[in-house]
Design a protein around this ligand. Sequence first.
Ligand code: NAP
Length: 507
Amino acid sequence: MTVAEQTAEEVTQKAIRTRALIIGTGFSGLGMAIALQKQGVDFLILEKADDVGGTWRDNTYPGCACDVPSHLYSYSFEPKPTWSKLFSPQPEIWDYLKGVTDKYGLRRYIRFNSFVDRAHWDDAEYRWHVFTADGQEYIAQFLISGAGALHIPLIPDFEGKDDFAGAAFHSAEWDHSVDLTGKRVAVIGTGASAIQIVPEIVRDVAELQLYQRTPPWVVPRPNKPFPEALKRAFAYVPGLRLAVRTGIYWFLEGLGFAMTRAPGLLRVVELVGKWNIRRNVKDKELRRRLTPTYRAGCKRILYSPNYYQGVANPKCHLITDRITRITRDGIVTADGTEHKVDVIIYATGFHVTDSYTYVDIKGPGGEDLVDRWNREGVAAHRGVAVADVPNLFFLLGPNTGLGHTSVVIMIEAQIRYVAEAIAAVDKRGAQALAPTREAQDRDNAELQQRLARSVWNTGGCRSWYLDEHGVNRTLWSGMTWEYWRHMRKLRPSEYKFLGVKAPAEVA
Ligand code: NAP
């Protein structure tokens, strides 16, 4: 009997054993599950919510869409010719992930409403013991996190925040029961989420106060639906969809080259961004306040067909004074003004470089991974495995995020690598593998050296890509094909294999 076939009764009575335990059902977790299914490895998936989809399930704010073209922001092995637009809206991407889940019959492997809150490695048994918030224990040889880094909403700790009498919520936890029509609404933040929200809600509200700390670079993007004939052509003309995907890929890799090797080239993006402001915003002073003073790409370059139109709407007021506190009735800024509002929307991003502190992971000898990363900074070997910690993998782990193209490309490279790692353990008759400290340190030293010349380190901005010491712990240092090459083959010399059986035992 496989663990997926255990009854609900058995599930609650005892620890559940499986070979591989995957956390999360976003692009990472589902992709990993499909790879393990193909490899014949028994697995289960723990999902904190009651449906699949990760970030594309959680983010339901008005205007939510992907700013990477869908023909690239999708699995290479599951193309979809019928994407409605170049940049698909959230419901369509969520549907895609639900469709993939059903196509591969993955639901029966998923334990929904299972929030992982701690895990420890048993040195003698070579197994991970994983506990969910409801107290259920899982025992697995391999633990693979597909939780990603953009799932724990960050609401700044403004003084008086809890005194606010109106509705207040984070962009990733949109409260659809709150009707914004005719209300005075504050949006705090001008990042990737906010620029999609503003043009959508400005129509309905009485007044929109937009609190900007740092202006983003925003360039236009098309938003027209694909004609039916083109969708049919994607489905039936041999090679067309792949040619489009390849074209998008190389266009965006050009951006990756500029960001990692030649930040000066990003002046072109700045020219387009300034033109975008000029053509939409007539007021010169407003234009000045909307224009960034750092190199484009240092923070994520944003794409929108209508952000500046939203900001230029007479109902929208851009507020650039620092927020000092929140009162029962509104928001007080550094100039002493109290801005009265009915609703506050925090579009203030996520816990990123500290997201790992939310799961208590103890490796060999009870070593606390959070303590280690607090001490040394968050780092992993090739972005997926952790020195001296056996059989633990992070998908989209440290330094494997991107600022220029689809992270699904990175995820697929990692999934293949993790599947290869599991096969390597089996092939050697071992129980576990862990990267050596030397291999991880060498990998990270090279990575940080390459990042030193990137726009994120030299572009003159402060972003969530950097940790509190100014070290980039989130982004890959090159183009995605370089990461593919980096992950093409697991090098056994970079790992120690544990629990290897003697030849007689193997026979
Ligand atoms: P974000 O890009 O981190 O933006 C957060 C915004 O909140 C920034 O403008 C930030 O200002 C502001 N902020 C944070 N703390 C503040 C404070 N104490 N006072 C005033 N302002 C404050 O967050 P996000 O918009 O949620 O996006 C997060 C990430 O999600 C993106 O970078 C992207 O990777 C992903 N995302 C992707 C898409 C997509 O289409 N693929 C869409 C949405 C989100 P500063 O700039 O000054 O820090």
